[in-house]
Design a protein around this ligand. Structure first.
Ligand code: NAP
Length: 197
């Protein structure tokens, strides 16, 4: 797929590395287009250039900047917009971060994904003990399935939460991962997945 990743930080770089290795055509959208890229073969364009040819747009920027950035992209024409942000400590008006972003996104089909594990695990989410889950919430099933495919390519097990109103579970799961990694002292070298019998 043609994927534009907005943000060249930790999450953007990890996803770009994994998705390009899986054969997707990936570009970065950045506040500063430049010739050097954190991921070889993934060009760094300005935001508008990056999203112009993208089927899937991934938001890998601080939550506080996301609604304004998305509004600035204009009409996204039903493209898939992946919200990988976490509204840590942000005012979301009592709703979820995903709903705030969806309200700002003109036309796009928003999917909450890739927010529940540390960035360094996103390039390859297949662990010796099993696959990390990728919790997905979306109103549009085809958009969700497209992102589930990308998640599977990164080694995740896609797990469907429900429509976008369920994105709060993914945002709570991120808070749990952060708590375990930091306050509980487990560090960043783990992920959470489903066990079955
Ligand atoms: N780090 C994690 O382990 C992790 C895991 C899951 C989810 N998340 C979430 O994913 C998002 C990105 O996290 P990150 O760790 O990748 O952050 P990061 O390393 O700080 O990178 C964020 C990138 O966003 C862009 N950016 C920064 N400020 C901006 C602004 N005011 N307006 C527009 N773009 C801006 C920058 O890219 P350019 O300079 O190229 O514009 C920056 O490199 C956050 O919402 C975070 O909560 C993080």
């Amino acid at each position: 797929m043609d994927v534009a990743i907005i943000g060249t930080g930790r999450v953007g770089t990890a996803l770009a590395r994994g998705l390009s290795a899986a054969g997707h055509r990936v570009v970065f959208g950045s506040r500063a287009a430049r010739a050097d890229s954190p991921v070889p073969g993934v060009p760094v364009h300005d935001h508008a250039t990056a999203v112009a040819g993208a089927e899937v747009i991934v938001l890998a920027v601080p939550f506080a900047s996301a609604p304004g950035l998305v509004r600035g992209l204009g009409d996204l024409g039903e493209r898939v917009l992946v919200d990988a942000t976490n509204p840590i400590g942000a005012d979301t008006g009592g709703g979820t971060g995903a709903e705030v972003i969806a309200a700002a996104a003109s036309g796009a089909r928003v999917v909450k994904a890739f927010n529940t594990v540390g960035a360094e695990q996103m390039t390859n989410a297949a662990f010796p003990g099993g696959r990390a889950y990728a919790l997905l919430a979306a109103d549009d099933q085809r958009a969700r399935d497209a992102v589930a495919g990308l998640a599977g390519d990164l080694g995740f097990e896609p797990v469907h939460l429900g429509d976008l109103s369920t994105a709060g579970h993914a945002e709570a799961a991120a808070r749990l991962w952060i708590h375990l990694a930091t306050a509980s002292g487990y560090g960043r070298g783990f992920a959470i997945g489903l066990l079955r019998r």
